[in-house]
Design a protein around this ligand. Structure first.
Ligand code: ADP
Ligand code: MG
Length: 253
């Protein structure tokens, strides 16, 4: 099977600090990959490089078998044309810890925005797609509300619908429940699990080990910019449970 996404030796530094230090990762269609690891280990930076929100210093990103996003110039990597980056980005949905909804737009307008401005859809068609995605995440009845009038769980489900409205091939979730009150975590995980069961390819960064175990086919433990351990959930927790770094991480959260 051709991988949907292949990262090879990704390096991203901020000044002299290597936030992502030679990370490789491969995802086949429908794979659910979960990344865990302490704060500051480079998880968000890694997700952001996949979506071209951060430029990499070296390495390569293959999407559907093609080297994408960069060209080489005098030994350096240069980001591709903005138009091509926009097209690539539209295929990769991203959901952030803090929702990042546009506050001055209603829920349905949020879910239409990218379709109209990036994908060039007519507003009528964009609205229909947005409404069907809001329906999917149980947010249809909130379509005309502004984000300020929603609970955290509702905001996050609206953000998921907004990402889905672009009909992405890959979804990235960066600690999607970390900003939520505990009683709202379940509804967001249920939405993500539903997408997983429908076959969406995804990478999830989370501190919730229960959810990680439930949803992941592959788990990665990241520390200091690198993957220190990898495995299927049962194997991962079994095989590495004697690893003191992973043990102390799991005990702390
Ligand atoms: P995580 O998501 O695992 O908590 P991050 O990817 O956010 O980790 O951060 C990894 C490291 O990179 C941290 O040391 C962080 O301070 C640093 N970092 C992240 N973004 C920036 C930035 N824009 N400028 C400078 N340093 C950054
Ligand atoms: Mg982070």
């Amino acid at each position: 099977m051709q991988p949907l996404l292949e990262l090879k030796d990704i390096v991203k530094s901020f000044g002299s600090h290597r936030a992502v230090d030679s990370v490789s990762l491969s995802l086949n269609p429908q794979d659910k990959t979960v990344i865990i690891g302490p704060s500051g280990s480079g998880k968000s930076t890694l997700l952001r490089t996949i979506n071209f929100l951060e430029t990499i210093d070296s390495g390569s990103i293959m999407f559907e078998g093609r080297d994408v996003g960069y060209r080489r110039h005098k030994g350096h990597l240069i980001l591709d044309k903005p138009r091509n980056i926009c097209k690539l980005r539209a295929q990769i949905g991203m959901v952030f810890q803090h929702f990042n909804l546009f506050p001055h737009m209603t829920v349905v307008e949020n879910a239409m925005e990218g379709q109209v401005t990036v994908q060039g859809l007519a507003r009528k068609e964009a609205r229909e797609i947005a409404m069907s995605m809001l329906d999917k995440v149980g947010m249809k009845d909130f379509a005309d509300r502004y984000p300020a009038a929603l609970s955290g769980g509702q905001k996050q489900r609206a953000a998921i619908a907004r990402a889905l409205a672009m009909r992405p091939k890959l979804m990235l979730f960066d600690e999607p429940t970390s900003a939520l009150d505990p009683e709202l975590v379940g509804e967001v995980f249920a939405t993500i699990k539903q997408l997983a069961d429908e076959g969406m390819t995804m990478i999830i960064v989370t501190h919730n080990m229960g959810f990680a175990r439930e949803v992941a086919d592959q788990l990665y433990f990241m520390e200091d910019g690198s993957f220190l351990a990898q495995g299927e959930p049962d194997e991962f927790f079994g095989k590495h449970c004697n690893d003191p770094r992973i043990q102390s991480f799991i005990q702390r959260i």
